[in-house]
Design a protein. Sequence first.
Length: 116
Amino acid sequence: MSDKLTSIVRTIVPGAWATLVAWLVGLGLPDVVTGWLSGLGGRVTELVALVVVYVFVRWVEPRVPSWLAALLLGSSKAPTYNQLTVSAADVASVLDTLAAYGKSAEQQAALLRRGT
């Protein structure tokens, strides 16, 4: 599996687990809580579940067998990313060039995209 696909899977699978947890929690929430939230109950529950599940899964990942990490995250292999190195001189050069042009922020962004 490519690193890009691995990163996507490792984002989606914990989200699916969080959805399941939120659904299970929602089954047991009393009407007082869901009524008080006026329809936001599910959204808030899902957000909290996503945060809790993702933090828990990432914390437990190095502590469990690889098969369990794969079950929780979709892959036991973390993606690798190329290291981007930008020197201070490169940044200063770009800033000097932009200042010399005296362009607006939008024009400066366009220049950066073009590579001039």
